[in-house]
Design a protein around this ligand. Structure first.
Ligand SMILES: *Cc1c(COP(=O)(O)O)cnc(C)c1O
Length: 391
């Protein structure tokens, strides 16, 4: 079709640079092993930390909800799309998070955009870690508030930002709880102390901490014992929880405000019954089968030890996200392709997602990988690493 030469030109440039990538099709369900191009491979790239995407309790809850309540809701939450199950789930979620209230959005992405774009005005300042997620950045692009970006987990730079913005009505400090490309945990206790010293609000995005850190997977606030001191907690239901959605946990006044002003909440249809019911079942699993989280951490320790014993540089991760640092973009993509031939799916992450020279294979292990899966994966990393001269 005519009219897209401007796009074709850019795509040609990506192809020349080798950064144009077709989408990878999974031909099976999401799990420890998946089928890609007709081949069974060990999955090390999904965010399915606890294996809940195929947990029997989630599947049967979803099926029952479809039978009872249908496939869709037919409306946005604020008009005719709030079912009792949505309200019940939010009440349970708030109790789980030890907050006054919780509000579910269609995704973690829309939760961040909805909150960040709506809760601040032109006399306010948002203070954000430079490595925060794209959805926080997009929320910041939409807010009328002034913005200050501080260097990654740099408390000196954060304090400077707080000192320089004291005339503002409200300051909101935002950090990811776990940073998705490196697996490091935010310095949340120190951030909270600084925010208290300068009378600022704190928001944490626990997308990679929900279901992973804290008692029963309650997140970083619980992990650090900071209940009542973090004003806004965003989490996702799409990663460890295994389904789809995002939520904001905090005071009731925040929930009431978001219901009236957060645009993705106001102008986009609510979750189908199957989604909410499966999320409910996932909460039951976190509360009643917390040993699944222990298995995740055992597997994470095993894979990390194995990779570093082989001589790989695995960065500074403190979580089940384990980057295998390669450096060069093309070599990283070649490494990923070779791993696939060996039976392991682990995607390369290159510029612009990470800085130039910091290309890596990002692995995320899950609770449902067996010892055999992990040993086979390590063997594959060893043979590709030697073949390509990385170790
Ligand atoms: C994945 C992610 C999101 C988006 O969550 P979805 O539910 O997939 O939309 C938001 N923030 C961070 C830090 C993430 O890693």
């Amino acid at each position: 079709m005519k009219g897209f030469t401007h796009l074709e030109q850019e795509i040609q440039e990506w192809k020349a640079k080798g950064t144009f990538r077709p989408l990878t099709e999974i031909e099976s369900s999401q799990g420890a092993r998946v089928v890609i191009n007709g081949k069974e491979v060990i999955q090390l790239s999904a965010n399915n930390y606890l294996g809940l995407t195929t947990h029997p309790r989630l599947k049967s809850a979803a099926l029952e909800a479809v039978e009872k309540y249908g496939a869709g809701t037919g409306s946005v939450r604020t008009i005719a799309g709030t079912f009792s199950m949505h309200e019940e789930y939010e009440q349970r979620l708030a109790k789980f998070k030890h907050t006054e209230a919780a509000l579910v959005f269609q995704s973690g992405f829309t939760a961040n955009v909805g909150v960040v774009a709506s809760v601040l005005g032109e006399n306010d300042v948002v203070i954000s870690d430079e490595l925060n997620h794209a959805s926080i950045i997009d929320g910041i692009r939409l807010t009328k508030a002034k913005r200050r970006i501080y260097r990654h987990s740099d408390l000196v730079d954060l304090e400077k930002a707080l000192q320089e913005t004291q005339e503002a009505r409200v300051r909101l400090v935002i950090t990811d709880g776990v940073f998705s490309m490196d697996g490091d945990i935010a310095l949340l206790p120190e951030i909270v102390e600084l925010a208290e010293k300068y009378d600022a609000l704190v928001m944490v995005d626990d997308a990679h901490a929900s279901g992973v850190l804290g008692a029963n997977g309650r997140g970083t606030v619980d992990h650090f014992g900071l209940h009542g001191r973090v004003h806004i907690q965003v989490g996702t239901l799409s990663k460890a929880i295994g389904v789809l959605g995002g939520y904001v946990a905090g005071p009731q006044v925040l929930k009431d405000y978001l219901i009236h002003r957060a645009r993705p909440f106001l102008f986009s249809t609510s979750h189908p019954p199957a989604v909410t019911a499966a999320c409910e079942a996932a909460l039951d699993v976190l509360l009643q089968e917390p040993e699944v989280i222990d298995r995740l951490w055992e597997n994470a320790r095993f894979l990390k030890n194995g990779l570093s014993q082989l001589g790989f540089d695995i960065g500074e991760s403190q979580t089940p996200i384990t980057p295998v640092m390669i450096g060069d973009d093309a070599l990283t993509m070649q490494f990923s392709d070779e791993l696939f031939h060996e039976g392991v799916y682990a995607q390369g992450i290159v510029f612009p997602t990470v800085a130039k020279g910091k290309a890596r294979i990002r692995t995320i292990v899950s609770a449902i990988h067996t010892q055999e899966d992990l040993e086979l994966a390590l063997q594959s990393f060893a043979s590709v690493g030697k073949k390509l001269g990385v170790i």
